[in-house]
Design a protein around this ligand. Structure first.
Ligand SMILES: NC(=O)c1ccc[n+]([C@@H]2O[C@H](COP(=O)([O-])OP(=O)(O)OC[C@H]3O[C@@H](n4cnc5c(N)ncnc54)[C@H](O)[C@@H]3O)[C@@H](O)[C@H]2O)c1
Length: 249
């Protein structure tokens, strides 16, 4: 028996990058996994790979910024696997995000960005929490970033919001035996980071991190699975940095 045998987990933004690695790790520890993403082609491929490796997974298309889409994701999961025990709110606009300032970013883009990168986590949580109550409780991990403590404009602002959401929801969900925590990764070597962050900036960032290398999605898996699992049964409202020591706080 593994920690997640018989449990069902939804991972948003799981079509690639960090989310795909979380989905594979949860399946490897016995969970039924719903790979939830906007990108159907890549999401289907991740679910297919998990099944080929002997795991249990299915893809479902979701737009985390849309309440109806989030509700449909929750209903699909319960129909397919009978319950929802765990949620990882990982989806975000990151790889192809606009590089602009808070002072000048087009307002419509800013609103859309926040509706995905901040409200998306609340939206999917609102859609699943009552199903977790029916399952006797559950756990949620939100994907934050060390960007919450560094200048990074509206991207960092959304992650400050994710941290606040994690702390506030811990109180609203605690009485229902649902724990909610966040992981704040430092720079992680994904396709998205390679697209959005110029090589010289990455190099400079890495030179100032105590453990002098970029992180990998695999570096985050232990923290994510710990926070989701019963091993963290009395941990909630916590923001866990997994960042090679990048942030002192
Ligand atoms: N890579 C890093 O250096 C790093 C560091 C800290 C935090 N993070 C956070 O980790 C998460 C994943 O990062 P990544 O590098 O794997 O990024 P990524 O861009 O590869 O993955 C994001 C995924 O979210 C999906 N997505 C975007 N909008 C969506 C929506 N509206 N509904 C559903 N899915 C949507 C995308 O299709 C994509 O599959 C993000 O929350 C990011 O902010 C990344």
């Amino acid at each position: 028996m593994s920690r997640f045998t018989g449990r069902t987990a939804i991972v948003t933004g799981a079509a690639q990058g960090i989310g795909a690695v979380y989905a594979k790790a949860l399946a490897a520890e016995g969970a039924n996994v719903v790979v939830a993403d906007l990108n159907a082609e890549r999401g289907e491929a991740v679910a297919k790979q998990i099944v080929a490796d002997g795991g249990s997974a299915v893809f479902h298309r979701v737009d985390v910024s849309d309440p109806e889409s989030a509700m449909a994701l929750a209903e699909f999961t319960v129909e397919r696997f009978g319950a929802i025990n765990h949620l990882v709110n990982n989806a975000a606009i990151y790889g192809e995000m606009k590089l602009d300032l808070l002072l000048t970013v087009p307002w419509d883009y800013y609103k859309k960005f926040m509706s995905v990168n901040l409200d998306g986590a609340l939206n999917v949580t609102r859609a699943v929490w009552q199903h977790m109550v029916k399952a006797g409780g559950g756990s949620i991990v939100n994907q934050s970033s060390t960007a919450a403590w560094l200048y990074s404009g509206f991207y960092g602002l959304a992650k400050v919001g994710i941290n606040g959401l994690t702390q506030q929801l811990a109180t609203e969900l605690g009485g229902s035996k649902i724990r909610i925590n966040a992981i704040a990764p430092g720079p992680i070597d994904t396709e998205a980071t390679q697209t959005v962050t110029p090589g010289n900036i990455v190099k400079d960032m890495v030179s100032r991190i105590p453990i002098k290398r970029m992180g990998t999605p695999e570096d985050l898996v232990g923290a994510c699975l710990y926070l989701l699992s019963d091993d963290a049964g009395w941990v909630t409202g916590h923001i866990l940095n997994v960042d090679g020591g990048q942030i002192i706080r």
